[in-house]
Design a protein around this ligand. Structure first.
Ligand code: GCB
Length: 644
């Protein structure tokens, strides 16, 4: 009870007023002929509220004046996790409210054309609960990391043109049983062992709980009458591609639309004028996964132009969405993309790196995509939360297929399956789908990773979450990733694809490589016999500390990791001929976790180190993935060999 009280105290500030929309506008901010964009990356002022109840910032209203007037501040990069930036161990493990602040001068024309310009502040993601003020006025609050949120700040910034605008963001990383992911706060009261008031945050997931402002903060403009959302779904029949679209407009009921669907080179291939319609493309260039076609990730561009009447006259807005024409279907034993069987040979990742933690980093993103291509990986799962839009854009462009996972990870206690959690989970799925619905790379939603799906309440919980997800997006299959016993999993009846994790000879029968094939075979047969649904081996692997060797292979050596992979591959090679539709290694790269006796400066199941250097397992996987790609596709020889 005390733990819960503290969780609530840390999470909720006194007297929070909800203003503005809690979610983000569905359209990712872009520079267009009618919109401007200003990134607020760089160093922000930063202060952790170290008061016992973490409530000093609210009691003293730190947002009312420049943060440095409240006490000592330091420089903190945005985007980045705050944990690994300083030499202060107490900041690394800090739980509670931290405060960020930046002053920004906005262009004059944004502030003076008040009848024409709408100014919006958008945060790409902040972990986990955030409240935002502009010039001391609260504009938005948002629960949950990994997803964007925004607020219309026009009236505030336009009230004082010429003055710098002060943006204050308070972020709280406390997790409660009802957040996603969930966690608990534990007070340790034995004063012979712990200082007075000592508490820790406990979680049941296996990655370090990085916090801060992880993705870009931007200010952008739209006209006052603007394109609020564009939804696109695609299909094809014979040589005709179909792009169904729906445009929603805010700020005027008197408007006209003009839509142009362009090829990559700019040629218009179809046009429309209605808010809801269907565009037909003759001989469409389909969106194909990487290594399934010589020209993967082909994108058309749907340019939407709005001409709207507002009180002061006519205003125009333009927004362009990339469109990949492709279909997705699931049968009892196959996953079909554009009607052809698709085999996922890919990875699970994390947003994780030295120093920046989960902060967006373009160099890391570029390196990771180069490694994926080198590896011959055609897919990844966004384990265990939605990744940055910048990453997802590249998946669309490169043809990397994505299983898009929400932050439903570490749901191990019965309390995580109550109505409060459920209501929040539904909102998170809405926000995720609103953000990623138009992406051709996203072929399936994953609503959770390894929940305690054997608990009876999991039945109704997953039935509801999956039904809700399908109701919002009827075009994509839905799954969650299970490590439960096939006969007792209450969520599996509702999924389209069975995703199963197993660590034979690691967490069970440690060191016994000889049992892997039997156990894996049994696993697949049990699941398939029970459900007759296609199966993805959504995690498997072993820790290898880079540079540790042992022959015969012993646990934690590079040789052992390779040996585990080879045992799994022997069975996968049989089962992929029948109903196994994919294999995703755990993990792409080593990553930071909480400290534990089973973790050596983090989880070492990466086939690359945290610094992205290959372990021997990476070469084994690379051989395999290129072979799989060559087998299942009709790639020209130039693509078949990948020589670096
Ligand atoms: C799992 C989890 C993943 C862990 C991994 C491991 O089953 O889904 O989050 O990191 O195992 O290495 O234990």
């Amino acid at each position: 009870m005390a733990a819960l009280r503290l969780a609530c105290l840390l999470l909720l500030p006194p007297l929070v007023l909800l203003r503005g929309r809690a979610g983000a506008g569905p359209l990712c901010p872009r520079d267009t002929p009618s919109r401007d964009l200003k990134e607020l990356g760089g160093l922000w002022r930063f202060r952790a509220d170290t008061s016992e109840r973490r409530d000093q910032g609210f009691a003293q209203r730190w947002y009312r004046r420049p943060l440095e007037q409240s006490g000592p501040v330091i420089d903190m990069p945005v985007p980045a996790s705050f944990n690994d930036i300083t030499q202060d161990p107490s900041l690394r493990r800090f739980i509670g409210w931290v405060w960020y602040e930046k002053e920004v001068l906005l262009p004059k024309h944004w502030l003076q054309d008040t009848f024409k310009t709408r100014v919006v502040l958008r945060v790409g993601s902040a972990h986990y609960y955030a409240i935002v003020w502009v010039n001391g006025v609260q504009v938005v609050e948002h629960e949950g990391g990994h997803l964007p949120f925004e607020a219309d700040i026009s009236t505030i910034v336009q009230a004082s043109p010429g003055d710098p605008c002060r943006i204050t963001i308070a972020v709280n990383n406390t997790l409660s049983p009802y957040t996603l992911p969930p966690g608990t706060i534990q007070y340790l009261k034995d004063e012979s062992k712990y200082p007075k008031g000592y508490f820790v945050q406990n979680t049941k997931f296996d990655f370090f709980n990085y916090a801060g402002i992880h993705r870009p903060v931007v200010v952008y403009t739209t006209p006052v009458a603007y394109i609020d959302d564009i939804t696109v779904t695609t299909a094809f029949s014979g040589n005709i591609g179909v792009v169904r679209y729906e445009v929603s407009v805010i700020g005027s009921s008197q408007y006209s639309l003009s839509l142009n669907l362009r090829e990559k080179e700019g040629k218009v291939v179809a046009t429309g004028q209605e808010a809801v319609g269907e565009l037909k493309v003759v001989d469409p260039k389909l969106w194909w996964p990487y290594l399934m076609h010589e020209n993967p990730g082909y994108l058309y561009y749907l340019e939407v132009k709005l001409s709207a009447q507002v009180d002061e006259g006519l205003t125009e807005d333009v927004y362009t969405v990339p469109v990949g024409i492709r279909t997705v279907h699931v049968t009892s034993s196959q996953f079909l993309i554009n009607g052809k069987p698709f085999y996922f040979h890919g990875v699970n990742k994390h947003e994780d790196a030295d120093i920046r933690g989960k902060g967006l980093d373009w160099s890391l993103i570029a390196k990771d995509f180069n490694l994926l291509k080198w590896l011959g990986a055609n897919s990844f799962r966004t384990s265990h939360y939605p990744y940055a839009e910048e990453i997802m854009d590249l998946c669309d462009a490169y043809g990397i297929v994505v299983i898009d996972e929400c932050p439903g990870v570490g749901m191990k206690d019965i309390e995580n399956f109550g109505n409060q959690s459920l209501a929040h989970h539904l909102v998170v799925m809405e926000e995720l789908i609103r953000r990623d619905k138009n992406r051709p790379s996203v072929v399936m939603w994953s609503v959770a990773n390894e929940p305690a799906s054997e608990l009876p309440p999991a039945a109704n919980y997953f039935k509801t979450v999956i039904a809700h997800t399908k109701a919002i997006d009827p075009t994509r299959p839905v799954t969650f990733v299970s490590n439960a016993n096939y006969a007792r999993d209450h969520g599996a009846p509702y999924v389209d694809v069975i995703c199963v994790n197993s660590y034979f000879s690691w967490y069970h029968d440690s060191g016994h490589l000889e049992v892997i094939q039997l156990q894996l075979n049994t696993q697949f047969e049990n699941w398939y016999e029970t459900y007759h649904k296609p199966i993805i081996q959504s995690e498997y692997g072993a820790d290898a500390v880079s540079g540790l060797h042992s022959d015969p292979p012993l646990m934690f050596s590079e040789e052992y990791q390779v040996a585990v992979l080879k045992q799994y591959h022997a069975v996968l090679d049989k089962k992929r001929k029948v109903y196994v539709i994919g294999e995703l290694i755990w993990n792409f790269a080593d990553f930071m976790t909480d400290q534990a006796v089973t973790r050596v400066l983090g989880n070492k199941k990466g086939i690359f180190t945290r610094q992205r250097q290959p372990k021997p397992a990476a070469f084994v996987l690379r051989d395999r993935y290129w072979k799989l790609a060559n087998e299942s596709s009709c790639l020209p020889r130039t693509v078949q060999y990948y020589n670096v």
